[in-house]
Design a binder for this molecule. Structure first.
Ligand code: SF4
Ligand code: SF4
Length: 294
């Protein structure tokens, strides 16, 4: 089984479109893991139907039992994060500000602060229109345990791939280079970096290449939205060359790609034959590279 991560330092570079195209191209021989747990949208791109969903607990949090609280305010004075607020004398914890340090519990003279498992979102499994399986999740806003949930998405995808005898696990990584990205990339055999041919796209991709190099993960590059500025295209190719990442495809900036995406199509199944052809060549080039590495 081969794990391929599709990543980009920047959001909106075309990562999910490339992931969906590859997943549709491979059909049931791939399981797709949408690791962008803060803004999962592979479900839409893949036309998927949810099969199962389970609650995700993000760990212990703190709540104030109003029946025990005397309103002394010790906890609010102790909290360095301003997370304990009083609504007309009734104390409560603002989840968005709480860092779960536990100090309030230590100082409360009435044992009114108790620990509780916090609902952090959900983990789900869906079937897609092309017969493959999608592992995905959603974190509740303000939760900071995205790396842990990404790990669960990946474990579930690996289990599904084993059960179904799939050859590939495709990982749609979140944007950026933080903890959830590291959790998405760890242990993969190849990273496909989708890089926009523009200043911010190249700058963010360069940071991602540094991370990939530190993690010793080989990478290939898909340059997206090329052809707008020859100088930018040249710089994008140079960025890939500096990272020693072969360019497997260069997709032109073309309204037909956007029309296909807006129609809810995976590019490999686009009604427009030109989009279909571009996407199929892209998928074949990525798989060719994967085969040559094994
Ligand atoms: S320290 Fe305890 S009793 Fe005092 S306000 Fe806070 S929760 Fe209530
Ligand atoms: S756990 Fe820490 S951060 Fe959260 S409310 Fe209590 S003192 Fe403040």
């Amino acid at each position: 089984m081969t794990s391929i991560a599709i990543a980009s330092g920047k959001g909106g570079a075309g990562k999910t479109s490339v992931s969906a195209a590859l997943a549709r191209y491979l059909g049931p021989s791939a399981v797709l893991a949408d690791c962008d747990v803060d803004a999962a949208n592979a479900l839409i791109a893949m036309g998927a139907t949810e099969l199962s969903r389970s609650d995700y607990s993000s760990g212990d949090g703190y709540v104030i039992y109003s029946s025990r609280c005397t309103g002394c305010g010790e906890c609010a004075r102790a909290c360095r994060f301003g997370a304990i607020v009083s609504d007309s004398g009734t104390f409560r914890i603002d989840e968005a500000l709480c860092e779960r340090c536990g100090l309030c519990q230590d100082v409360c003279p009435s044992a009114a602060l108790v620990t509780e498992q916090k609902h952090g979102g959900y983990l789900a499994l869906s079937s897609t229109a092309c017969g493959s399986i999608l592992s995905h999740a959603e974190l509740v806003p303000g939760e900071d345990t995205s790396g842990k949930l990404v790990r669960k998405v990946r474990v579930q995808a690996d289990e599904q791939a084993k059960q179904r005898g799939a050859d590939f696990v495709l990982i749609d990584a979140p944007p950026g280079i933080g903890c959830p990205v590291i959790a998405s990339l760890s242990g993969v055999g190849l990273a496909v970096v989708v890089m926009e041919a523009g200043r911010s796209g190249m700058s963010d991709a360069a940071r991602l290449f540094t991370l990939l190099s530190d993690m010793k993960i080989p990478s290939v590059v898909v340059i997206n939205k090329s052809g707008l500025d020859p100088e930018m295209d040249k710089e994008a190719r140079q960025t890939a060359e500096d990272a020693r990442a072969p360019i497997v495809a260069q997709l032109p900036f073309d309204a037909r790609f956007r029309a296909s995406t807006e129609a809810g199509e995976a590019w490999t199944d686009a009604a427009d034959p030109w989009v279909r052809e571009q996407a199929q060549s892209l998928c074949e080039a990525i798989l060719q590279r994967t085969r040559s590495m094994s």
